[in-house]
Design a protein around this ligand. Structure first.
Ligand code: GH3
Ligand code: MG
Length: 533
């Protein structure tokens, strides 16, 4: 006998009951919960829904039938969490092959796909994600450039015929940086291929794409990138040490501290309002500023000190045999002098400043992560108090400053909302505290004035909702002046190619197709949020 129909009915029944509970404002009698679980247990055993049987059995063991208790909604949600998850997975994955996730921990490669043929984009993104890689997809060249500089992908796949020219884009993002680039094209003639290679493409793949071969070729490029990352110690653009070498030097300094009791200080510097430079004068000018800044730092420190490029426009410094007060003094002097330097772009002239945070290491048990975290807290404080200043974290109470990231979930499905909030709550992020809120629809979201909360915002929007759907919200959000501090992840239906196309055109930062696996989504959110900060 086939149980498919009954399985679907049972899952529907579970979802309906849970939705009804979660949307009511009343307390729920224990007896009601007990009876519900009992009935689910009976049916699920019969129709061979083993996972649900197991979960309901475990839940029933935890509550007593005649306990005189009432459940609050939050408490009940927590209690039924595993049941919610498993229903969702059953419902969404009955026809899908379950793909084993590749190692999700550690450094998952990030691939940027840029193609204005949305059907192709979807196919490539799906294929790459099946491999366990993270993909950031994009149809608009301007957005692509922005994402490239924000997210530093490990491989770029760009279409030759991209409107306004894929080659130009390649050229722009390729200057001075090592990131493997694959160009795709419908045409495969010699001229086009040569054009692509001349402009820096590392590989050229003809459409229609043979997916299996495509994956192998992408993998090869990712391996090259990994070898590059692990063998090179200098940052290509700025010619100061890279982040990897910071670990090495930090360890050496710790050894030195243990051996000869010589303490040291570590600093994090971040250029102020650097985005404005890119926006006003273009990324090439931005790159020039980074180079000048790095060069200036190198020239103004002692030969026993080190400069590292820590991230996009962030630099780390290690001052040997130096306490935090001395380091703050040195950096404040550098800041004063450097901010007087006038940059030129065409006829425009501009000056820049930076903010900094310092941490004094005089205990050999301090880890690099914690030292950086403390320096970052001071940096954050310097930004908060008006930028263009350098603080020491040693004089602050540690752990007080945390970046707050506002995450909003807007979805009309109570189950999905519950799940997402749970997933977000369970995430462990180094530098961020998440301020999570869920909304039933776009109207409620805007009425709450949620976007007035200070700090960065990350929105997870359901594409289809009865009252103001995700696309409308996205459109409104992207019209705001402060749109740059808001990132959007769109949840769309697997078949709604038009919605995906519109979402990307409107400036969504990423999309995930429903049905999605919770683990997969968790990894993606974690990665996006971590990269955002
Ligand atoms: P704040 O004072 O708060 O630090 O403001 P900000 O604008 O400097 O900070 P934000 O983090 O908003 O922007 C940093 C920008 O730096 C965003 C990113 O596009 C740009 N960026 C990162 N890496 C590079 C790079 O290698 N070259 C160029 N040109 N820009 C980069
Ligand atoms: Mg900055």
């Amino acid at each position: 006998m086939h149980f498919e129909k009954y399985k679907a009915l049972l899952i529907q029944k579970i979802k309906t009951q849970m939705t009804q509970w979660f949307e009511s404002n009343d307390l729920i009698a224990n007896e009601e919960v007990y009876r519900f679980l009992h009935s689910i247990k009976g049916t699920s055993g019969t129709i061979r829904l083993g996972g649900i049987l197991q979960i309901t059995t475990e839940l029933l063991d935890k509550i007593e039938e005649d306990a005189d208790k009432y459940w609050g909604i939050e408490e009940l949600r927590d209690f039924l969490y595993h049941l919610i998850i498993i229903c969702d997975e059953y419902e969404n994955f009955q026809e899908l092959e379950i793909i084993p996730l590749n190692t999700r921990e550690g450094n998952i490669p990030l691939i940027q796909v840029i193609d204005d043929d949305v059907s192709m984009l979807i196919v490539l993104k799906d294929a790459l994600e099946e491999k366990g890689w993270m993909v950031i997809a994009c149809t608009e060249p301007e957005k692509a450039i922005e994402q490239y500089f924000d997210l530093h992908p490990d491989c770029i796949i760009v279409d030759y015929h991209l409107k306004s020219n894929g080659l130009q884009l390649l050229d722009e993002i390729h200057k001075l940086k090592f990131v493997p680039t694959i160009m795709t094209s419908m045409d495969y003639n010699r001229e086009i291929r040569m054009d692509a290679f001349r402009n820096g493409a590392d590989d050229f793949i003809q459409k229609t794409v043979d997916i299996e071969e495509f994956i192998v070729r992408v993998n090869r490029q990712l391996q090259r990138k990994q070898i590059f990352d692990t063998t090179v110690l200098l940052d290509e653009l700025t010619q100061v040490y890279n982040r990897r070498f910071l670990k090495e030097i930090f360890n050496r300094s710790i050894n030195e501290l243990e051996r000869s009791k010589t303490p040291f200080s570590i600093a994090l510097l971040d250029i102020d309002l650097f985005k404005n430079i890119n926006d006003s004068y273009g990324h090439l000018v931005g790159d020039q500023v980074l180079k000048s800044f790095a060069q200036y730092l190198k020239e103004n420190i002692r030969s026993s000190d080190y400069v590292f490029r820590y991230g996009g426009e962030e630099f780390a410094l290690l001052f040997a045999d130096c306490n935090d007060k001395e380091a703050v003094d040195i950096l404040s002097r550098i800041l004063k002098d450097f901010s007087q330097h006038v940059f030129n772009s065409g006829t425009d002239r501009f000056q820049i400043t930076f903010s900094g945070g310092v941490f004094f290491v005089n205990d050999p048990h301090v880890s690099l992560t914690n030292a950086l975290k403390s320096a970052d807290e001071a940096l954050y404080k310097a930004k908060e108090q008006g930028r263009s200043r350098v603080f020491s974290s040693n004089v602050m109470v540690p752990g007080l400053v945390k970046h707050i990231l506002n995450v909003s979930v807007v979805d009309d499905d109570a189950i999905v909302r519950t799940m997402l909030v749970k997933v977000l709550q369970s995430m462990k992020l180094d530098q961020n505290t998440l301020n999570i809120q869920a909304f039933e629809d776009g109207l409620k979201f805007f009425q709450s004035n949620r976007l007035d909360d200070s700090g960065e915002h990350f929105l997870i929007l359901d594409g289809v909702m009865p009252v103001m759907d995700g696309l409308e919200i996205l459109q409104k959000v992207k019209q705001r002046k402060d749109k740059d501090r808001i990132s959007v992840l769109m949840l769309t239906g697997r078949k709604s190619e038009n919605d995906i196309a519109r979402a990307l055109k409107l400036g969504a930062d990423d999309y995930v197709t429903k049905p999605f696996s919770i683990l997969e989504l968790q990894a993606r959110i974690q990665r996006l949020i971590q990269r955002m900060s």
